[in-house]
Design a protein around this ligand. Structure first.
Ligand SMILES: [Zn+2]
Length: 96
């Protein structure tokens, strides 16, 4: 199976409801969702653009594959996404 390698690229997501923006990049190869939940308002953020580079001061969140103990704390829906080769944002990890 060919796994998409998005390392070295930056994806911009924008919230439909509050216009909050985040920039993400890949820590490892894998599949990322086109739509994610907005942390500010709970609305829907959509992937709108991909960049080769961003300004140095830009906060960049990473798409990661969780460790097994992190995986166990995720929702069944998210676990299924990971089992299908999906990645999650580092901010989705639930730490002790
Ligand atoms: Zn929002």
């Amino acid at each position: 199976m060919k796994v998409y390698d998005g390392r070295g690229t930056y994806d911009l997501y924008v919230c439909d409801d509050c216009s909050h923006q985040i920039v993400t990049t890949y820590a490892v190869k894998g599949v990322t969702p086109f739509v994610i939940k907005c942390r500010e308002c709970g609305g829907t953020m959509k992937h709108v653009a991909t960049y080769k580079k961003v300004r140095p001061e830009t906060e960049v969140l990473k798409w990661i594959r969780p460790t097994y103990s992190q995986y166990l704390k995720l929702s069944p829906f998210t676990r299924q996404h990971i089992e299908n080769g999906g990645l999650i944002l580092e901010t989705s990890i639930i730490d002790d």
